[in-house]
Ligand binder design. Structure first.
Ligand SMILES: Cc1cc2nc3c(=O)[nH]c(=O)nc-3n(C[C@H](O)[C@H](O)[C@H](O)COP(=O)(O)OP(=O)(O)OC[C@H]3O[C@@H](n4cnc5c(N)ncnc54)[C@H](O)[C@@H]3O)c2cc1C
Length: 447
């Protein structure tokens, strides 16, 4: 059986940055296992391909690097703030090295300060943060550059799924693969992403790892003419707004704003949900963003992932996928139809969504929260609470089952690190990538 110094499961941003860090430290041999296709074989229209393969969910993402420790994950729970700030800078520098554009958006300025004040006046909190926008088309070339830099220094097996993490006496010793093969490794770094969250959850149960409760975010993707949101997107590109709803006092937030972008579907383990992205050059006439509400469950039900899946399945059942509705139809208590959508002045960028009625799918609590948030936003982006605003549902963020990590992102099993979105500790490219660097540095010390 072949012996490696380190085995990395998953070639998303977390796994790739772990591989870069290990290879740059001279560790060898290193094995990366990826269940999806290699980067040149990936096809963004190819269902599972959109999330699986070299680059993971990052390959066809919008490539917005949020350069703030305040968003994008919970690494602050494990890494002291100053170290985390340094780590995020280091991660960003690596993105720049492989071709990310130098320009950033949203740096604190008089304009962002004014937006901050204006938002406060209408009951919204505007989070000021700097963003580097790689753009979907550049994500691929950047990931290819990383791939070719690593090519001669590590072994990469694509279309190769890790089946089981092998443990002896509470220490990770290797990985069993599909088709009966096994490999040995001194250190195992699992970076399976959201797409591998069911797998890592089962592994955690099998290995007796403790879980930490995590929330679920449920909501819709909103689409409107870009001009409606221009007063926000020109200043901040990605406007992070937080609202506490009047009726339920829930925390409601905007997420992943894509100026001149397009709405897309996403398939995770057979469930179709909605998402959005934007290219750096190609532009549509719309801007889209998500409005999400976080919920936590405790007792007797504590399975937020099952809850999110249930709601997504309901949308899939009624709409055979994603449902689209005009805000005006929702407010009037009627479904949208193909004919009504054709009379909407916001032209949908996602053609495959089924016109329908989101009130059959989304619980009243979330719908009320979403409507209130749009009403508040209308005061700083006039026109967003319009009958021509489009809502796509559902958007659900299945933050993975969070596994208890002890220190330096190591699990309760020695030499088994669990990182990135799959560990439930990150929610974006920069923090996922940073988690790879952090775990790999500790792995180097072990090796
Ligand atoms: C449409 C879209 C747009 C996005 N836009 C942004 C954005 O603009 N900014 C931002 O910060 N974030 C964005 N994100 C989120 C970002 O892509 C993720 O946070 C990030 O990719 C997480 O990295 P990861 O390495 O933890 O997991 P992933 O990228 O999900 O990678 C995990 C990899 O592990 C593989 N894998 C899983 N299980 C196994 C197994 N058992 N064996 C072998 N391989 C396995 C998977 O196939 C996958 O390739 C977007 C996501 C999507 C889907």
């Amino acid at each position: 059986m072949k012996q490696y110094e380190a085995i990395i499961i998953g070639a998303g941003p977390a796994g790739i940055f772990a591989a870069l860090t290990l290879a740059d430290s001279g560790v060898k041999p290193i094995l990366v296992l990826e269940q999806g296709n290699d980067i040149n074989q990936r096809n963004r229209r190819g269902g599972r391909d959109i999330l699986c393969g070299w680059g993971g969910a990052g390959a066809f993402s919008d490539g917005k690097l949020t350069l703030s420790s305040e968003v994008g994950g919970f690494l602050g729970d494990f890494i002291p703030k100053e170290d985390l700030e340094r780590l995020l800078k280091e991660t960003d520098t690596i993105y720049l090295k492989y071709g990310a554009p130098r320009r950033t958006y949203g740096r604190v300025s008089d304009q962002t300060e004014q937006l901050y004040a204006k938002a406060k006046q209408v009951g919204l909190e505007f989070i000021q943060m700097e963003i580097r926008h790689v753009g979907t088309e550049n994500c691929l070339s950047l990931l290819k550059a990383m791939r070719s830099d690593l090519e001669d220094r590590i072994e990469i097996r694509t279309l190769c799924r890790a089946k089981r993490i092998r443990v002896e006496g509470r220490r990770a010793v290797g990985v069993d693969l599909d088709r009966g093969q096994s490999v040995n490794g001194k250190v195992v770094i699992a970076a399976p992403g959201r797409t591998g969250s069911d797998w890592i959850r089962e592994e955690a149960l099998r290995l007796g790892l403790s879980a930490v409760p995590s929330p679920i975010d449920i909501g819709v993707r909103v689409e409107a003419p870009a001009a409606v949101l221009q007063s926000l997107t020109d200043i901040a590109y990605e406007s992070k707004l937080i609202y506490y709803s009047e009726t339920f006092d829930d925390k409601v937030r905007t997420f992943c704003m894509n100026p001149y972008g397009e709405v897309v579907t996403e398939e995770t383990n057979g469930i179709i949900t909605v998402n959005g992205h934007s290219y750096s050059k190609k532009k549509t006439e719309n801007t889209n963003f998500a409005i999400l509400v976080s919920s936590s469950f405790t007792e007797p039900f504590d399975d937020p992932i099952a809850y999110g899946k249930y709601i997504s399945r309901l949308a899939n059942l009624l709409g055979r996928g994603v449902i689209i509705q005009r805000l005006g139809d929702l407010m009037e208590g009627r479904r949208s139809t193909t004919e009504r959508i054709s009379r909407c002045i916001t032209r949908p960028t996602l053609g495959s969504a089924t016109p329908g009625d989101l009130s059959f799918v989304i619980p009243y609590r979330y719908l009320r929260d979403i409507i209130e948030m749009l009403e508040a936003m209308d005061k700083i982006a006039p026109g967003i609470f319009s009958r021509h605003t489009l809502l796509y549902g559902v958007e659900v963020k299945f933050y993975s089952h969070r596994i208890k990590l002890v220190r330096n992102l190591e699990s309760e099993i020695d030499n088994l690190f669990i990182i990135g979105d799959g560990a439930g500790i990150t929610r974006g490219l920069l923090q996922a990538s940073a988690s790879g660097i952090w775990a790999a540095k500790e792995a180097v010390r072990r090796i």
